[in-house]
Design a protein around this ligand. Structure first.
Ligand code: ADP
Length: 497
């Protein structure tokens, strides 16, 4: 153009030649790009049809002499002016500038704009030629894609699961923080492009590879498969894995997308529950056996005591002592078994308290020394409690055994039951009272401690077992005693509603 300008400057700068001018006009108007020519003050001298349309005008006359400030918002026009001034001042073009354009109505468009200086024949800058391509659609698509990408990345990066994508060769092309942790590395750069063989022991990686081949070759998704993963640091984790074939737009499988959820904690919990179940059945068994053995041993011990009084022969008495010692050892083991079984098992069935107390009273009558008088007092219409009758039987048994031991020289054992209410709660109170030696005030706090005893070694579990059983039934035990004047134990159990 410069060359041409020199030859015929007048013609080219003003586009005066009719034919050429028409041709140029026609050409320019056919172009989808927006073309305008401005003077040194930024005023339009010439615009093509596309530009006219963009300005929202019908008549070319309305565009001429106007500046960007007439059509666009102030900030947009200022930016245009900055670029224009730069071109006019330096003579340097501005090439492919991406411009955000807001018109007076607030509508936003995007242009890719090139501005070049317009010179006259004397090579002086007399204006500026501007060509813009509307790239609004492309920008919109790009920003939509960006938003989608951002949403995906947010999901991928923030889900606690490990999420990854691999190409058909098993190389990682996407990893999230969960997967990085799984691989035992800190940054994406350490994972991208690598395969499982770079991270896991060979056998583990080979196993992954095998299952993934099925996904890649057959296109079958692998859904929620439990996998045992030995992490690079040797830690064993359980992972619930899903692997889905990843296809290109033509449907060809180009890799896979995987999600792994760490279910180690859940697995451990399941294991704990099944362990607890096993313990529960052992406890149930232990309690049952102990209960039966107790019923066997108690009469043996009582018979030994009775026999001792009848026997004079030293040798027989020695044998008896041995038999008694062994029976006591057996009784201790039973106590331990009960101790173990306590809390682990427990039925919750309706229990008739009077029936239970009568059984105990009968047992005491049958087995206790006749110097101990046994009395029962049952209030009418006793409420039923909910619980484990064998355990409650054990509670009463422990309490009457203590009462007996507190009355070596005889006395009165009273077994009573009545209804009561506390804080609006219905309770059944079972009372075991003796007229024995009583309990020193300073010991009252301690008698429920496991292994607390004022008797021989091997004792001390009776009251603690009784208390934990009663507690597991939602109840409590109160004790009243004065040394020399006996003791009264009151077992409070919630009544069935
Ligand atoms: P053990 O009777 O085997 O010693 P317990 O836990 O049943 O174990 O009782 C703990 C202690 O509480 C006993 O050693 C005894 O000192 C005291 N005790 C329990 N019941 C009575 C009672 N009825 N009269 C006096 N003391 C009692």
């Amino acid at each position: 153009m410069t060359k041409k300008n020199k030859r015929s400057p007048k013609k080219d700068t003003s586009l005066q030649t009719l034919d050429e001018s028409h041709l140029l006009r026609a050409l320019m108007d056919l172009m989808p790009d927006l073309i305008s020519v401005k003077d040194l003050h930024g005023k339009n001298i010439w615009v093509n049809r596309a530009k006219l349309k963009e300005l929202g005008l019908q008549d070319f006359k309305d565009a001429i002499g106007k500046t960007a400030f007439d059509f666009f918002d102030r900030a947009t026009a200022e930016k245009f002016k900055q670029d224009d001034d730069h071109v006019l001042k330096t003579g340097q073009p501005v090439v492919n500038r991406q411009e955000k354009i807001t018109d007076k109505n607030g509508t936003v468009r995007w242009h890719l704009t090139t501005k070049v200086p317009w010179r006259n024949g004397g090579n002086e800058i007399i204006g500026i030629i501007i060509i813009s391509r509307d790239i609004t659609k492309r920008i919109e698509v790009e920003s939509k894609l960006d938003a989608e990408r951002n949403l995906l990345r947010t999901l991928v990066d923030n889900l606690p699961d490990c999420i990854y994508a691999k190409d058909a060769g098993g190389r990682k092309i996407l990893v999230n923080p969960g997967d990085l942790k799984n691989l035992g590395v800190k940054t994406e750069a350490e994972a991208i492009g690598k395969t499982d063989f770079d991270f896991f022991p060979k056998e583990v990686a080979a196993e992954f590879f095998k299952t993934e081949q099925r996904v890649l070759e057959k296109g079958e998704a692998l859904i929620n498969q439990e996998e045992k993963v030995v992490r690079p640091n040797g830690e064993v984790r359980w992972v619930l894995t899903t692997k889905i074939p990843w296809r290109d737009t033509n449907g060809k499988i180009i890799g896979l997308v995987g999600i792994g959820r760490d279910i180690t904690d859940k697995k451990n919990l399941e294991e704990q529950i099944s362990q607890a179940r096993r313990m529960e059945s052992i406890g149930r068994l232990a309690t049952g056996v102990a209960h039966d053995l107790n019923n066997i041993l108690t009469p043996i011990l009582i018979s030994i005591e009775l026999l001792r009084k009848k026997l004079q022969d030293e040798e027989y008495l020695k044998m008896l002592a041995k038999a008694e010692a062994n029976a006591h050892r057996g009784a201790d083991i039973i106590k331990q078994m009960l101790w173990f079984g306590r809390g682990l098992v427990g039925q919750r069935l309706p229990v008739n308290v009077q029936h239970l107390a009568e059984q105990i009273a009968q047992f005491a009558t049958d087995t206790f020394n006749k110097s101990i008088k046994i009395k029962t007092q049952f209030a009418p219409d006793l409420w039923t409690v909910t619980g484990d009758s064998a355990q409650l039987h054990q509670v009463l048994l422990n309490l009457v055994a203590n009462a007996r031991e507190a009355m070596p020289n005889g006395g009165t054992l009273t077994i009573a039951a009545r209804n009561a209410a506390a804080d609006g709660q219905r309770l059944v109170v079972l009372e075991i009272a003796d007229t024995g030696e009583g309990i020193a005030p300073e010991l009252l706090d301690r008698i429920f401690e496991p292994f607390f005893t004022t008797k021989d070694v091997g004792h001390g579990l009776g009251l603690s077992t009784a208390l934990s059983i009663v507690k597991s039934h939602g109840g409590f035990i109160k004790v009243e005693s004065q040394p020399g004047h006996g003791a009264t134990f009151r077992v409070h159990l919630p009544a069935q509603n």
